[in-house]
Design a protein around this ligand. Sequence first.
Ligand SMILES: [Zn+2]
Length: 234
Amino acid sequence: MTVYHHTVVDGAEREWPVDPAAAGRVAPWAARAPEVLAQDLAGMAQYFPHWFLTGSAGGKPARCARRACQGAPLVPTGGALRCARCGTAGEADGLLWLGHIPSLARPEPAFQRRRKALRRAGFSEVAAGEAVYLLVPLMLVYPGEWPNVQPVVRYARRWLDALDLPRSSGAHHLIQGGRACIFSWGQWTAMPVHAVLQERMTNHVASLLKVAAGQRPRQAFIGRIHHERWQPER
Ligand SMILES: [Zn+2]
């Protein structure tokens, strides 16, 4: 079954068929175990249909080198990692997912100032009836040893900045400039990427938004499994 991904590039909606063999060229694990990638593609299509798979370069999204493409992502399609705008093939050293997790805007008056800051910084929200959801920008980077090693999930740094949250803070379960700490040492067992987002990141996002609304981090993150065991980097 062919999976199609889409995103907006330079104001225009682009859609492409995902080529698993092209993904395997930059991620040996995906070439060795195509069924693992197929499972992730199917799970994401079902639960996070607006996310898309791109090449990575040094843990960041791989981008088209052509100036006219203004940093359009390189995506696995048509036998290579290709620019989502112009189709030119480019280089990558791994794979990652880009997308958003929708999370309810906090009702506290103190949070309204934060929402304004997010809007000023260009981050969108969507309304569903009375409810307003923030679209929290994330990326999930596959390790070279997937699925034996946990993925790296990062917040967009500008999003953290707009909410006046620290990029690295043990109390906020953030390390390495925006990476979410979502598993304690030795806790990882192989699971598909959509389950990482559902079972771990959704809670992490909700806790961070509580902090942005004025709660103390210790209280906002209470009950997180890894709370007592995690040793923040110093
Ligand atoms: Zn391009």
